[in-house]
Design a protein around this ligand. Structure first.
Ligand code: ATP
Ligand code: MG
Length: 642
């Protein structure tokens, strides 16, 4: 017999199966819902919240409902408001949001002056600047030391609640990073600044240092509901443990096969070992997939089954569509983009809605060609707010700066962009300008007269100037090749990426740029195109907010938890998915990164409801590519046409 509220819900079309009902009704004590993609975990959380509010008359402000993104929180509130007896006023009293937003609110409530958002280090460059300042003490070169990676590492430490003194550096790099970490924290403290990680750490420390305050919140929060628990990190976990210390009413929902944020300190063992800290946990396993067709579910199951580190789950689909996931084999990235956009266009002309489609990729760089095709079409599409335009990427912008200067020897901005690549400080621009006035010559010409500390460097500069001048006679692709080979660009990239910069290797960017450049015969045209695309990126981002019905362009990471009628997975080749760095680790004997890549592949596949298209370009970055090893277990019905 269903309780009355769940009956009401079912009448409204929000049906729950038997296991889901038991997860909803088990409101007291800790509960772990472990289940594969599309099994209704998020639906259970939403229904459970409504059930507690209505049937159990729980105080809305005593419920903490945590989602992985703010978008997911908004979506959840929307869902709730369509449920019976759920007034907006009630919903707004729920404590909902991401860990950061929830705990920041708590901090603000108790100590608004110290945590004013004016003191927040919002941007990477702000934090980067502090590190670089501190790095001077160690004489770490701005050009050669990978500050961006140090920043990432510091974040990892912080989210694992490791203070500088707790860390035993395992390499020279880590040793420098620990030093920078210490200085960074000191600087923030002095200036009363804080970063995003501090919001959680600050709250944790607040609770630890004030048992009475902790108790206050332990009494206030009666229920904790947490989605995507497989991607929780140490500090988040500890916070939940502290706050639920009295009542232990924690409902954790997750899928270890979808743990894809270990590079940010997330750790699925908190999900898998949940019972250790929360004894008497009731376990509910959901085994039905309500999202995807049988064909997609079974392909995804076969693929993920090859991961060794996982908890076995049953996942069965509700319906068969008769449509197998389709592989297709474009020639290269360009044809891949054309095929996808043409296919979507055709389907829309036959009545599909733009919002039915998502195009997913491993890293943002891989979206360049697709972005261009879509921008040239009339189709509405949206991109992530933080997706950097391809042509704005550091390495790309620097390479283009060479081309710009070759066309206009007096372009100060372009010259400024390429100085670091010539191992010159940007303050040198002043000298160059002075020199050009003195000698009445172009800025580029002046560059060859600049005095530096080393004769060999002056010689190199002279050589570079000659090379830059030669570029304008070449095709765009040949010019980039020349920059790469002759101007020490690769040296620069190699030095800077000395700690194998995991995701975004500069040399890969150059390869992508060469592929893009092949479509242009004149350098001017490429430069114009680049400028146009950067502007388009901003415009699309602005419009993305207003589009209700648009094609989604997203990284796989960002598509977590979401679903689409049709999904196109781009670049299913070794080196892209799995990413090169995971293959390298694998060859060195560590298969954890490779398994995470496989989970990423699994997340991508399981976003699709009915149609899944997997693209395997023959060439990628100008080189012969090989079908992703993850596809091996999936049947090989070869289809070249979409
Ligand atoms: P993911 O692991 O990808 O986050 P999930 O387990 O959270 O997936 P949901 O997003 O909650 O799954 O549900 C997947 C889809 O199935 C949604 O469209 C949801 O509305 C639908 N659904 C969930 N449960 C049922 C059910 N009992 N009957 C019909 N549809 C359902
Ligand atoms: Mg979900």
């Amino acid at each position: 017999e269903l309780p009355p509220y769940l009956q009401l819900l079912a009448e409204k079309g929000v049906v729950l199966d038997e296991s889901q009902v038991s997860a909803v009704m088990e409101t007291e004590g800790s509960l772990l819902v472990l289940a594969g993609a599309g099994s209704g975990k998020t639906r259970v959380l939403t229904a459970r919240t409504a059930y507690m509010l209505d049937e159990k008359q729980a105080e809305p402000s005593s419920i903490m409902l945590v989602t992985f993104t703010s978008k997911a929180a908004a979506e959840m509130k929307n869902r709730l408001s369509s449920y019976p007896n759920m007034q907006r006023g009630k919903i707004n009293q729920l404590v909902t949001g991401t860990f950061h937003s929830i705990f920041y609110r708590i901090l603000m409530f108790h100590d608004a002056s110290n945590w004013s958002s004016n003191n927040l280090l919002k941007k990477d460059w702000q934090r980067d600047k502090i590190l670089k300042e501190a790095g001077k003490e160690l004489q770490l070169s701005e050009k050669e030391f990978a500050y961006d990676l140090a920043l990432q590492q510091i974040g990892l430490w912080k989210n694992s609640l490791l203070m500088p003194n707790d860390i035993k550096p395992a390499s020279d790099f880590e040793e420098s990073a620990v030093f920078l970490y210490k200085k960074y924290e000191e600087h923030k403290q002095k200036q009363r600044l804080f970063d995003f990680d501090d919001m959680l750490i600050g709250c944790y420390q607040l609770f630890i240092s004030s048992p009475s305050l902790l108790e206050h919140y332990q009494d206030r929060f009666q229920y904790f509901l947490i989605d995507e628990f497989q991607d929780i990190n140490k500090v988040q976990y500890e916070l939940i443990k502290l706050l639920s210390g009295k009542n232990k009413n924690v409902c954790a929902v997750g899928d270890d096969d979808q743990a894809i944020y270990s590079f940010r300190g997330s750790d699925p063992s908190y999900l898998l070992d949940f019972e250790k800290d929360f004894p008497d946990t009731k376990l509910v396993i959901l085994g039905q997939n309500y999202r995807s067709s049988h064909e997609i579910v079974s392909a995804a199951n076969q693929m993920i089954a090859l991961n060794k580190k996982r908890r076995l789950k049953r996942m069965e689909a509700q319906y068969a569509s008769g449509i197998q996931p389709q592989l297709f084999f474009p020639f290269d990235e360009e044809e891949e983009a054309t095929m996808i956009v043409t296919d979507i266009q055709e389907k829309i002309s036959k009545g599909a809605k733009p919002g039915d489609f998502a195009i997913l990729y491993r890293t943002n760089v891989s979206s360049r060609a697709i972005f261009e095709r879509l921008a040239a079409s009339n189709l509405p599409f949206k991109i992530d707010q933080d997706a950097e335009a391809f042509y704005d990427r550091f390495i790309i912008r620097s390479a283009l700066a060479f081309l710009k200067v070759s066309l206009n020897e007096d372009d100060p901005n372009a010259l400024n962009d390429l100085l670091p690549l010539l191992f010159l400080r940007q303050t040198v621009l002043k000298d160059i300008k002075a020199e050009s006035i003195l000698k009445d010559c172009s800025l580029l010409e002046a560059l060859s007269h600049i005095k530096t500390a080393h004769a060999f460097q002056e010689k190199k500069l002279k050589k570079a100037v000659v090379l830059i001048r030669g570029l304008k006679h070449l095709s765009p692709a040949a010019a980039i090749e020349q920059i790469e080979k002759e101007i020490g660009f690769l040296d620069f990239i190699k030095k800077r990426g000395n700690e194998s910069n995991k995701l975004e290797k500069g040399s890969d960017d150059l390869k992508d740029l060469k592929v893009a450049a092949k479509s242009f015969t004149a350098i001017e045209a490429l430069l114009e195109h680049a400028q146009h695309m950067s502007a388009m990126n901003k415009e699309i981002k602005n419009m993305s907010r207003h589009f209700a019905d648009a094609i989604t362009l997203s990284t796989i990471h960002r598509a977590k938890g979401l679903e689409y009628q049709a999904v196109y997975l781009v670049g299913a080749v070794d080196g892209s998915l799995p990413h090169d760095f995971a293959l390298e680790s694998y060859r060195a004997g560590d298969d954890a990164p490779l398994e995470e890549e496989r989970r990423l592949f699994y997340v991508a596949m399981t976003r699709a409801k009915e149609k899944l298209f997997i693209s395997i370009p023959n060439y990628r970055r100008g080189k012969k590519a090989h079908r992703s090893r993850f596809l091996a277990p999936i049947n090989k019905k070869r289809k070249t046409n979409l």
